[in-house]
Design a protein around this ligand. Structure first.
Ligand code: FO1
Length: 314
């Protein structure tokens, strides 16, 4: 059986993960998720990307927002608004239960991997989901207007409007890969990099300890989060502009050059295939816009079949 490890951030990544979970036996798929977006809010440990992946796999995610729970109610949040408390990060009532339970599990001495396993079990998720590390890693975005901002303040509080200058992953040098996660990567045949923001969602995962080296012996395929010259969600295209780079799928492939063997890009980016090939990466064109569960499953199958035909260093 082919063992697959998927690297994912939040909304875009979770959609492909959903498709992969539909087409692969549950014992053959592990998802390693970015935790650089994690933060403590009202004393609660919030792991937005872990939750987005978990809710998608449990089929209880809010398809409109891409984050949070389906059929959410907002009683707690509305009371906080009446109290003129912090209201920039919307926590729904059902979603709050996850953060309360995670905080309780972590306070009882479990690490984040163990707490995630417990939460997945409680929500009926059978796919193995692992945080990129059990240690705290905080993505800090340096902006022109506000200087350093913790990721959620940049992304949610300021709607990624401030001009991006640079970013760093605070805590990355002492962070370790969990021993179980290390073994899973060691045993994997294929690594799939989901269509998430390369700098803010995927590079933090690859920056943990020797993650890049562990993955380097596997067949690795990435899926572009840029379609045409736009990101379907989040600040990726805006960040390219602010780095004075024209956003394109090719520019994303270049970020992963040396690590990936294949790159999946949207039909709209067909003119970039030759440039990608010239980087020693095999391109595959398809429709990468994920509208519903059928398109998620279809793309997952195409990506898996493509990766299965590739050899390391083609
Ligand atoms: N994103 C928003 O744009 N606004 C919110 O109020 C918000 C709340 C929120 C609550 C729980 C959660 O798990 C995620 C939430 N997100 C929200 C999404 C999240 O912050 C980002 O999409 C990710 O961190 C980027 O991957």
């Amino acid at each position: 059986m082919t063992k697959v490890v998927a690297l994912a951030g939040g909304v875009g990544g979770a959609k492909l993960v959903y498709g992969l979970a539909k087409i692969l036996p549950k014992e053959d798929l592990t998802v390693i998720v970015n935790t650089g977006d994690d933060f403590v809010h009202f004393g609660l440990n919030i792991s937005p990307d872990l939750d987005t992946v978990m809710y998608n796999l449990a089929e209880i995610s809010n398809e409109q927002t891409g984050w949070g729970r389906l059929n959410e109610t907002w009683n707690c949040f509305e009371e906080l608004e009446k109290m003129k408390s912090d209201n920039w990060f919307r926590l729904g009532d059902r979603d709050l239960a996850t953060h309360l339970e995670r905080t309780k599990l972590l306070n009882s001495g479990l690490n984040l991997s163990e707490a995630t396993t417990v939460l997945c079990k409680k929500l009926g998720v059978e796919t193995v989901i692992k945080p990129m590390s059990d240690e705290t890693i905080q993505t800090i975005v340096t902006t022109q207007e506000y200087g350093d901002l913790p990721f959620q303040e940049y992304f949610v509080k300021h709607h990624f409007e401030p001009r991006y200058i640079s970013h760093r992953f605070f805590g990355i040098y002492s962070a370790k890969i969990n021993a179980d996660t290390r073994k899973i990567i060691h045993d994997a045949d294929i690594v799939i990099i989901c269509p998430s923001n390369p700098w803010l969602s995927i590079l933090p995962i690859l920056a943990v300890e020797d993650m890049k080296q562990l993955i380097s012996s596997k067949v690795c395929v990435a899926v572009s989060p840029i379609v045409g010259n736009r990101a379907l969600k989040g600040p990726a295209a805006k960040m390219f502009h602010e780095m004075n780079i024209k956003p394109s799928a090719f520019e994303v492939a270049k970020i992963y050059q040396g690590m990936i063997d294949g790159f999946v890009l949207d039909n709209l980016n067909s003119s970039e295939c030759d440039l990608i090939r010239a980087c020693g990466i095999i391109p595959m064109l398809t429709d990468t816009i994920l509208k519903d569960k059928y398109s998620k499953e279809r793309l997952a199958k195409e990506v898996f079949d493509f990766a299965s035909q590739l050899k390391k260093g083609n």
